[in-house]
Write a new protein. Sequence first.
Length: 350
Amino acid sequence: MTSKNQFTKNIIGVAILSIALGCGSAKINVSTGQANGANDSSVLVKDASMAQGSLEVSSVRSNFSTEKRVGEVISYLASDELQGRETGSQGIELAADYIETIFKSNGVGPYFKSYRDTLTNFEKPAYNLVGYIEGTDQRLKNEFIIIGAHYDHIGNADPVADDNIANGANDNASGTTTVLEIARYFGNNKNNKRSIIFALFSAEEKGLLGSKHLAKRLKDQNMDLYAMLNFEMVGVPLVGKDYFMYVTGYEESNLADVFNTYAEEKLVGFLPTAKEFNLFKRSDNYPFHLEFGVPSQTFCTFDFTNFDHYHKVGDEVDLMDFEHMALLVNKTIPVLEDIINAPMREIEYK
């Protein structure tokens, strides 16, 4: 039963929504977004409650990640304790343990028997971390979307003031943090109709070895892959651009158009320098493009002018913009959710 106070709040909510949509005293049909003439207060209360619930869900999605949470994750991944996360090192082993803990504590299960996908193309023991959330739709769950980033870095670099640890905050603790935050959202909500794989790759810095290994392994399983969406160097904002991030291989697919349509803003743009330096082939998206021939692209906010510490010891966490990173996660989650739950595949190569 609805209390008098709650009834009043609901009526006020409908009135506000009605004014905002220019539909006078008509009730709001939440499912279609259209206004219909009606004065039935019980219908108004139901519709207002539905609208309020929809707004609450939207608020959760757009405010999920915080500067504090992002800062905690990236600060550990880029700490001196991890010694630059070189593939096969004790430091990257600590990073793997940390990623596993986040997966486990947020309802993301292993895709294989364990989270660790042992590389067959690297001499030392090395692992991708592969998490999995099965889709909720009986048909669409057979289609997969991979959301990935590499969590390794180069270990050491030329010393500066007795510091030789290349912590790799932007490259690519930032992308790893982004993927872990997205995994945390879907792991706790379980609202994905398609199945999602969260892949954190090792040995990217050794020649994309981790993603090459996993792409081949999944292809051998005849996985029905819809798209591979990768995050690389997203720790600092673009400067002087009219879009929030860019995507490599921009002209290869309609990915940017799909993202921007759902975001209702220019969330993804074209960076000419990314094409000039052929970044499409230089990150972990590319092996999936080669193996599967499906849209496989990387989101990035590094534009060769806004960060001077690529593969240097200066790639430190104190240069990262946590507010920007949280905003990137919060802008991306609703779009991913819409793409993952759309009845038809919308992203395609041109």
